[in-house]
Design a protein around this ligand. Structure first.
Ligand SMILES: NC(=O)c1ccc[n+]([C@@H]2O[C@H](COP(=O)([O-])OP(=O)(O)OC[C@H]3O[C@@H](n4cnc5c(N)ncnc54)[C@H](OP(=O)(O)O)[C@@H]3O)[C@@H](O)[C@H]2O)c1
Length: 279
């Protein structure tokens, strides 16, 4: 691990695999002059960062001991200040509620919700020392009624609400709380091997082709993690107070629809798109 000039502002990103949103944010913030700690649960998957001089640290957000040991390391390396904490680590889950697997239900909440809250609590004092910013990478669709994503959206919606309280609690301490409502970004989530597969015999099996078509058709239209990061990083850096940032494929369309469409029309559009009429 290398050490950069100590006076640079410091950012730590969770779940920063090279090909994901975390990777894009790490590269863009590094380009903007930040000292970046790209973290992940498997250090061997972060080896590409060495060529850019980006520092890497092990951090499994579901393991309290790992969170504390990473915080200890960051404290040692920075003198106890963290300008930006980016809660990016996440798991997706595309399962109809009635077919929900116990294992993925728990895993999604452990990573997206409990892990995010534990990381925020542990690293929060370092962000307070810097009067910095805490960023949550959440999902634009977690605000919609899109089918087959109840667990994933529930895990993100919990964090959306958590961040609202946090915003008020952090204000007197000079810390900003930002949420990035992400539309679509072309990451490993859209690789063919990661496409959802509904259970054989599920009453929702007839909807699977419509769902796959949505993912396959939209995936190529999405920005890459680097394009996405270039569009949102200026808003992160320039934010003077807490607030929301919208970025990625269809994020602004989702924002607009949520503002102007009645919920029954949104429900109708999503039900048709996801093939619920075939049931
Ligand atoms: N891509 C999109 O269209 C989109 C849309 C809305 C929101 N988001 C959100 O954006 C964030 C990044 O997603 P992505 O698209 O970049 O997908 P990704 O490439 O799969 O990134 C998710 C990252 O989270 C990490 N992670 C999973 N469990 C972890 C744990 N226990 N501890 C630490 N890290 C862990 C993964 O590490 P491993 O590689 O070790 O699994 C991976 O680095 C997620 O929060 C996701 O929900 C993405």
């Amino acid at each position: 691990m290398t050490s950069n000039a100590p006076q640079k502002p410091v950012v730590l990103i969770t779940g920063a695999n090279w090909h994901g949103i975390g990777g894009g944010l790490a590269r863009e913030l590094h380009r903007q002059g930040y000292r970046v700690f790209a973290t992940g649960r498997d250090l061997s998957r972060l080896s590409e960062y060495a060529e850019l001089g980006i520092e890497t640290l092990k951090l499994d957000v579901t393991d309290v001991a790992s969170i504390h040991s990473c915080k200890f390391e960051v404290e040692k390396l920075t003198g106890g200040k963290l300008d930006i904490l980016i809660n990016n680590a996440g798991r997706t889950c595309a399962e109809p509620a009635l077919d929900q697997q116990q294992e993925s239900l728990r895993e999604v909440f452990e990573v997206n919700t409990i892990g995010t809250m534990n990381v925020t609590q542990t690293f929060g004092p370092l962000v307070v020392n810097a009067k910095g910013k805490i960023v949550f990478v959440t999902s634009a669709s977690s605000l919609t009624s899109a089918p087959f994503s109840g667990v994933y959206h529930g895990s993100k919606a919990a964090v959306n609400q958590y961040s609202e309280s946090l915003r008020l609690e952090m204000a007197p301490l000079g810390v900003g709380v930002l949420r990035i409502f992400v539309g679509g970004v072309r990451t490993e989530l859209f690789r063919p091997s990661r496409m959802p597969k509904f259970l054989e015999g599920s009453v929702y099996k007839p909807c699977e082709p419509s769902y796959l078509t949505i993912l396959q058709q939209t995936g190529p239209k999405m920005p890459s993690p680097d394009e996405f990061s270039k569009s949102v990083v200026p808003s992160i850096i320039n934010a003077k107070t807490s607030g929301d940032i919208w970025g990625g494929y269809l994020a602004s369309v989702t924002w607009f629809m949520l503002k102007v469409l009645p919920s029954w029309l949104m429900d109708y559009a999503l039900s048709s798109q996801f093939g619920l009429a075939k049931i």
